[in-house]
Design a protein around this ligand. Structure first.
Ligand code: HPA
Ligand code: ZN
Length: 335
């Protein structure tokens, strides 16, 4: 994919990124060797060959296998730092990244090991790369409510290092309603709230995320488009959507990029943002996702600029940081 100068230089904000999904095949193999972890796929070619998904679960199976190479604080630091260096080169100026603690604590890795490695890299990213950040802890929805509550207990001593909570993993059969009490508790603790909904699951799951979990953003949300009344409500409430174009194609939620609904979502008044989800698995970071919606569904420069501005607005950055990001974007667009 040829990245245009316009996309490459655009100041960007990423709001939907699973840090474990930024584990590139090269680093996976390197960490497997460093930590003496056996992998089913033995080389880069075999891994890339396996990255052909027909649905979310195909991907998740490999995603959980891949993260098994992450053991030490340094591993989590290296993973996060590699992501930050990549997106810094793409002029990404603020990131809000997800991590999946249950994917690690279930393997015997201490919650603190995971958090400390990620946080240390984020702090270095802010200091040395000028990328501001928020960290969002996701609950795995295929696990129980009790498991989610236990994870929340592990997070509470680190309340000031985790800005928000989210909900991810297998969607179908795991509606948001299962986590209403958990999200109410998180809300009481002062966490910002987001949830994956309407990626594979029906529009009704998006409605539950809004009404029962009371989320401030919806991750994906594509299938809300099947319910125009719901779309109108979400648009009126100004609840942003973190759309992930290349992810949608790779998981076959959209048959080809040319048919991606992002233009229709924006036309319906939804506050849409453009994000990468799991870039090591889905074929692209921020620039590639921005370029994909310009090349495929023909989103105009103006459309892309609106999405970039929406992301600043939809972020959990401080008002001062938002103002600085808006100024940077406006200066770029004016030039
Ligand atoms: N969807 C749901 N859960 C996930 C994803 C995704 O795209 N990536 C990592 N966990
Ligand atoms: Zn996601």
């Amino acid at each position: 994919m040829e990245i245009s100068d316009f996309v490459a230089g655009l100041p960007k904000v990423e709001l939907h990124l699973h840090i474990e999904g930024s584990l590139e095949p090269g680093m996976m193999l390197e960490l497997a060797k460093r930590n003496d972890i056996p992998l089913i796929h033995k080389d880069e070619a075999a891994l890339l060959e396996a990255y052909q998904f027909t649905q979310l679960q195909d991907f998740l199976d490999l995603y959980y296998e891949g993260m098994s190479v992450l053991l030490t604080e340094r591993d989590f630091y290296d993973l996060t730092w590699a992501y930050l260096e990549k997106v810094a080169a793409q002029n990404t100026r603020h990131v809000e990244i997800f991590f999946d603690p249950q994917g690690h604590t279930s393997r015997g890795i201490a919650f603190e090991t995971v958090l400390s490695g990620i946080r240390r890299a984020l702090d270095d990213g802010e200091r040395h790369l000028g990328i501001s950040n928020r960290l969002i802890m996701c609950f795995l929805r295929h696990l129980s409510e009790a498991d989610g509550f236990a994870t929340l207990e592990q997070a509470l001593p680190h309340r000031d290092e985790i800005y928000g909570v989210g909900l991810d993993s297998s969607e179908l059969g795991y509606p948001p309603s299962r986590f209403e009490r958990l999200f109410t508790r998180c809300r009481d603790e002062g966490f910002a709230l987001v949830a994956h909904a309407g990626e594979e699951g029906p529009a009704h799951y998006v409605q539950e995320a809004v009404d029962l979990l009371r989320v401030q953003r919806i991750d994906h949300g594509n299938r809300a488009m099947e319910d125009p009344a719901l779309v109108a409500r979400i648009a009126k409430a100004g609840i942003p959507l973190t759309v992930c174009p290349l992810s949608n194609v790779r998981l076959q939620n959209v048959d080809r990029i040319e048919n991606h609904p992002i233009g229709r979502m924006m036309a319906a008044g939804l506050k849409v943002t453009i994000n990468s989800d799991d870039p090591a698995y889905f074929g692209g970071y921020m620039n590639e996702n921005f370029q994909a919606v310009m090349d495929g569904p023909n989103l105009s420069r103006d459309g892309v600029a609106i999405a970039a501005s929406n992301a600043i607005e939809a972020s959990f950055a401080t008002p001062e940081r938002k103002e600085a990001l808006h100024a940077e974007l406006q200066a770029y667009l004016a030039a």
